[in-house]
Design a protein around this ligand. Structure first.
Ligand code: UDP
Ligand code: MG
Length: 148
């Protein structure tokens, strides 16, 4: 079934100049980019995006990491994409691998490029985990007219 999913390039992927190779891998899943933007990750947006993690002890570290502060990145850029295609949600999650880069297959995106540093899983890419998450996250990051 044709689906849309939200993909975010996290600050570690941006600072390591990995975004091109990650987009290449996702495009080769047979998916199309329907929306793309650079957006400043405010604290408010980070909390809203990860509202499902409210109360988790690691959340402050994740917020700091997602804003770039954690790695000394001050411009707070995130690259956001809407990918579309058959079973896009599961396909992208499969290509990413496990949340913890140490447990992800070494040839997966997170296994190849991610690391665990200072208590945060710095795993390069976010992708929606379910249809419900995808809908909520796409609405949070994109206006309807920004998806072509
Ligand atoms: N995270 C972390 N430690 C944990 C769990 C999550 O640092 O124990 C970070 C990690 O960057 C992850 C994000 O928080 O990608 C969101 O967590 P989630 O459980 O939603 O994982 P995901 O859906 O990204 O695989
Ligand atoms: Mg998640």
């Amino acid at each position: 079934m044709k689906e849309r999913t939200l993909v975010l390039m996290k600050p570690d992927a941006i600072s390591k100049k990995l975004t091109g190779i990650i987009i290449d891998r996702l495009e080769h899943l047979g998916l199309d980019i329907k929306g793309a933007k650079v957006r400043v990750m405010t604290e408010e947006l980070a909390r809203e995006h990860y509202s499902n993690l409210a109360g988790q002890p690691f959340l402050p570290g994740v917020i700091s990491f997602m804003r770039g502060d954690f790695n000394g990145i001050s411009d707070h850029r995130i690259y956001a994409f809407v990918f579309e295609g058959e079973d896009a949600i599961a396909k992208v999650r499969g290509a990413l691998g496990a949340t913890d880069p140490a447990k992800a297959e070494p040839w997966s995106i997170r296994g190849a490029f991610g690391c665990f540093k200072d208590g945060v899983m710095q795993n390069c890419v976010h992708a929606s985990g379910s249809k419900e998450d995808a809908q909520r996250e796409i609405n949070l990051w994109f206006k309807p007219e920004e998806i072509v």
